[in-house]
Write a protein that binds this ligand. Structure first.
Ligand code: SAM
Length: 502
């Protein structure tokens, strides 16, 4: 069977989609190539959020295509994901060596389409149509980690953490964002279906699950009753080659129509919780699961029920990624974000009251059209006031067919770069202080495996999502370990396992 190499650009959602495609192909007998240089099929899973990400993927494919055309003409090339969705046939017109263009609702057809191309039955395939039910198709996992060793018989150990896709699409229509066009309308999977996937992962050793979606706090809001009872194909966890499971209808009984729950149950769930909090409650009940994370929420979705969930559900860790985008009300309005600076600060306050040690990270766009120096100063002051643990800073990038791209007063690149630099300095300064405050403290980590930078050391994460590197061994993998923090680097902590655990 052929080997495949998948390179992923962009967010965790894209990473998860790539993993599901890889697992699907492994189940069909493909092997995972360690690099593009030795792969029979090369797929680029793309991102469209900024122009830079698109250019990178196109440039990469141009280089690969030039090499393949000269040296390995039988290699199959494909674009997947967001840019594939937004550009479609245009990509093959531009790069005629590309054989496959697969949109965001079509990942689950990758294996069938590749079969057809490899067997010579079809030449080029472009499929970017919408497909009903596609939100429930990102379900297969690679049991033995992201890279299967080729031929040497050595399988990496199963992962300790996993991402689970709970929904697709976005209806927010922020004026800067292309995602509603590349990912389509919001569509949520059923709770029972998601819980079944989580259970299966936990039964195979996963200790921490991150629930994923474009706006997870909107989970189930549009789907109403369907949230509790989606007919489910039992998710496949692919142990390096088996076929995903059979069709099965799964239901859980306590979900009631309209996304509401009856007043307080045994678990102490408050009345009238949102579907997302219902999902958190259901996942929280899974025995053996230690930690729950989620990303990305929308600040608008932080109702009191979600704040209470942080206080109530001990597996829900002390970490929140809250994309604020700007500290200026004027810019937030132009962005169509649906909250004010004051509302955002109110959410942060409530979260810190519920979980005093919570870490708060964010996304910020600098140089949005019309952003003045004064608006930017307000973003700087918000960053200082909240004291974000970290922030992803994006220079505004005009996207095709988005309202912001046509707005007046586009900010020159030089100013966007300068603001990016200033904000980064502020974020780094705050981050340094926050990380140094951990020195001397004892904290719990979940050990994930060898450190990427130095495989002789082990790495884990605190509940508040900080990476800790320590001298450990493979026997620590998957353990919840107490460590004493001895040093803080740039967004990394270093620790010693506390005596009690040795
Ligand atoms: N779901 C999240 C939300 O809006 O709350 C964001 C998901 S988006 C894929 C990730 C981040 O990319 C956004 O939070 C935003 O900061 C950034 N982003 C999106 N569109 C952008 C654009 N046109 N230019 C620069 N950054 C952008």
């Amino acid at each position: 069977m052929p080997s495949v190499f998948i390179k992923t650009y962009g967010c965790q959602m894209n990473e998860r989609d790539s993993e599901a495609v890889a697992a699907q192909l492994v189940a069909k007998g493909y092997t995972l190539a360690p690099s593009e240089a030795v792969a029979d099929v090369i797929l680029l899973n793309t991102c469209s959020v900024r122009d830079f990400a698109e250019k990178k993927a196109v440039g990469k494919m141009q280089n690969i295509a030039a090499d393949v055309r000269k040296n390995r003409p039988d290699v199959v090339l494909g674009f997947l994901g967001c840019m594939a969705q937004s550009r479609g046939q245009e990509l093959i017109d531009k790069l005629p060596d590309v054989d496959l263009v697969l949109g965001t609702q079509k990942f689950h057809h990758a294996a069938d389409y590749l079969d057809e191309i490899l067997a010579g039955r079809r030449d080029k395939i472009v499929d970017v149509a919408a497909e009903q039910g596609s939100e429930a198709t990102i379900r297969e996992h690679l049991l033995y980690g992201k890279v299967a060793k080729n031929g040497d018989g050595h399988k990496p150990p199963p992962p300790v953490t996993a991402f689970v896709s709970i929904m697709q699409g976005c209806n927010q229509r922020c004026t800067f964002c292309i995602v509603p066009d590349t990912r389509g309308e919001e569509r949520s999977r059923g709770i029972a279906d998601i819980v079944a996937e989580c259970r299966q992962l936990v039964s195979r050793g996963v200790k921490e699950i991150t629930l994923l979606g474009q706006i997870v706090t909107s989970y189930g809001k549009r789907d109403g009753v369907a949230v509790g009872v989606t007919p489910a194909v039992e998710p496949g966890v692919t142990p390096g080659g088996s076929t995903p499971g059979s069709s099965k209808r799964l239901e859980i009984s306590h979900i009631v129509p309209g996304g509401k729950m009856p007043p307080s149950t045994a678990g102490g769930t408050p009345a009238a919780t949102s579907p997302f909090v219902q999902l958190l409650d259901a996942v929280h009940e899974i025995e053996g699961l230690e930690r729950i994370r989620f990303t990305a929420p929308h600040p608008k979705g932080y109702g009191d029920d979600l704040i209470e969930a942080y206080a109530r559900l001990h597996k829900l860790v002390e970490s929140a990624h809250l994309p604020v985008q700007s500290g200026s009300d004027r810019v937030l309005k132009l962005m169509h974000r649906g909250y004010t600076r004051e509302r955002f600060l109110g959410i942060v306050k409530k979260l810190r009251r519920a979980k005093p040690d919570i870490s708060i990270t964010t996304d910020i766009i600098v140089g949005f059209p019309g952003e003045t120096e004064d608006d930017f100063e307000q973003t700087l002051s918000l960053a200082r006031e909240v004291e974000f643990d970290n922030a992803y800073i994006f220079k505004y990038s005009p996207r095709r067919d988005t309202p912001a791209a046509g707005m007046p007063d586009q900010v020159p690149l030089k100013i966007r770069e300068e603001r990016n630099h200033r904000l980064l300095e502020t974020i780094n300064e705050i981050g340094k202080r926050k990380y140094e405050a951990f020195i001397g403290r004892r904290t719990q980590i979940l050990v994930e495996g060898p450190s990427k930078k130095n495989p002789a050391r082990m790495t884990g994460r605190t509940r508040c999502n900080k990476i800790v590197v320590f001298e450990g061994s493979d026997r620590h993998r998957g353990q919840l370990l107490d460590v004493k923090i001895t040093r803080a680097g740039s967004f990394t902590l270093y620790g010693d396992p506390a005596i009690v655990n040795l």
